[in-house]
Design a protein around this ligand. Structure first.
Ligand code: SF4
Ligand code: SF4
Length: 368
């Protein structure tokens, strides 16, 4: 569980907010808070993961610093979220990666890149990597298909396992029961709120980011990132169907479905993270928790580099640089995937679960 100091501070704030209730229309956190009269560890962890860090309640609050009450809800809930990520990490021995997460992400990505370079150069003659290859199967002349796919499948299985165990721990910790995970209306409602980023909308004005002004920029940039990532996953799945069902080997034509999906997704994944980094750079540090800075920045940089290396590979795939660019791109992809359960990516899993829980609570409350 998060540190006693952080839990006490969250409980103090929730008690003040529950009496004040000025912010109840801002997001899901305040209505969920109002269903409670006291706040134990499980409530505060749930509310922390329900918070989208829109910062609306900080700028609206008459008790925010320098007031003696020092109410700073986004800062405390951000720090609490990070602590909860550590607590639910599996295997727990890797939870320490959340401590200096930006550094950990950088080192793991470099190690992944180094490992792929060593594997490829151990497998192939260097002249194969540095010469040009064109036509169907060109990528696999540099890195054999099985060497590319088998480790990726094993890694994907481990990532799904780690995220699944983390999700199960989170669900139990916030008081969820297993059968409630099959609550289809709540799953759909939570999915709708997650896909729309309802609670970054500020009820229509947008969130207060990077400063006190209202703006939809963060929401749209997050959409570009999320849907860009989704399109890239779809492109990879389509390419797998081409390979295994139709026996068509990559690289595919520029107008083919996997390349079009991958290019559009890659552009989203370039503009979204770059814009979010720019907003973060300009953002007011007062409602932020210092401890989450490295995690947020490290994840965005890694997403950006993964996308950039993929697009450069696409543009230069018919040149002698293709082999080196393929190795670099796969290095970033491996670094990104290995760190999924130990970085910012987990917020997607826990926040969705918190939104599902909120949908269930709201439903129970409206029928009681
Ligand atoms: S953040 Fe401030 S204004 Fe909003 S409910 Fe809490 S105490 Fe009231
Ligand atoms: S920062 Fe935004 S989402 Fe989080 S509690 Fe405040 S108003 Fe709600």
């Amino acid at each position: 569980m998060p540190s006693a100091e952080l839990l006490n501070e969250a409980q103090r704030l929730m008690t003040i907010c529950n009496a004040c209730r000025y912010c109840e229309g801002f997001c899901a956190v305040f209505p969920a808070m109002e269903l409670r009269t006291k706040f134990d560890a499980e409530d505060t962890v749930y509310l922390a993961n329900l918070c989208h860090n829109c910062r609306g309640c900080y700028y609206a609050c008459q008790y925010a610093p320098p007031h003696e009450f020092g109410v700073n809800v986004p800062q405390t809930l951000s720090a609490l979220r990070l602590d909860s990520y550590r607590d639910f990490a599996w295997p727990h021995v890797l939870a320490g990666l959340f401590r200096r997460n930006g550094l950990a992400l950088g080192l793991i990505s470099l190690a992944s890149l180094g490992l792929i370079v060593a594997l490829v150069l151990g497998w192939q003659d260097a002249s194969v990597v540095f010469s040009s290859h064109t036509g169907p199967g060109a990528f696999y002349e540099v890195i054999p298909y099985r060497l590319m796919v088998v480790p990726a499948l094993v890694l994907s299985g481990l990532i799904v396992l780690a995220l699944g165990i983390g999700l199960a721990r989170f669900w139990r910790a916030i008081g969820g029961r297993w059968r409630e995970l099959a609550d289809l209306p709540a799953l759909a409602r939570g999915g709708w709120d997650a896909l729309r980023l309802t609670y970054l909308g500020g009820g229509g004005h947008g969130c207060n980011y990077p400063d006190a002004g209202f703006s939809q920029r963060r929401r749209w940039l997050h959409h570009l990132t999320f849907y860009g990532f989704g399109l890239d996953l779809l492109a990879t799945s389509t390419a797998a169907v081409y390979h295994h069902v139709f026996a068509w080997q990559a690289p595919y034509p520029y107008t083919s479905l996997p390349v079009v999906l991958g290019t559009v997704g890659g552009l989203g994944l370039l503009v979204g993270p770059a814009g979010l980094l720019w907003l973060k750079w300009r953002s007011d540090p007062r409602p932020a928790a210092e401890s989450v800075w490295g995690m947020d920045v490290g994840f965005l940089v890694l997403l950006f580099l993964t996308s950039l290396s993929g697009l450069v590979l696409l543009a230069a795939r018919e040149t002698a640089a293709m082999g080196s660019l393929l190795v670099i791109h796969l290095g970033f992809v491996a670094g990104l995937f290995v760190t999924f359960p130990y970085g910012k990516f987990v917020h997607a899993v826990y926040r969705y679960a918190a939104l599902v829980r909120y949908a269930q609570e709201r439903n129970r409350n409206s029928t009681s």
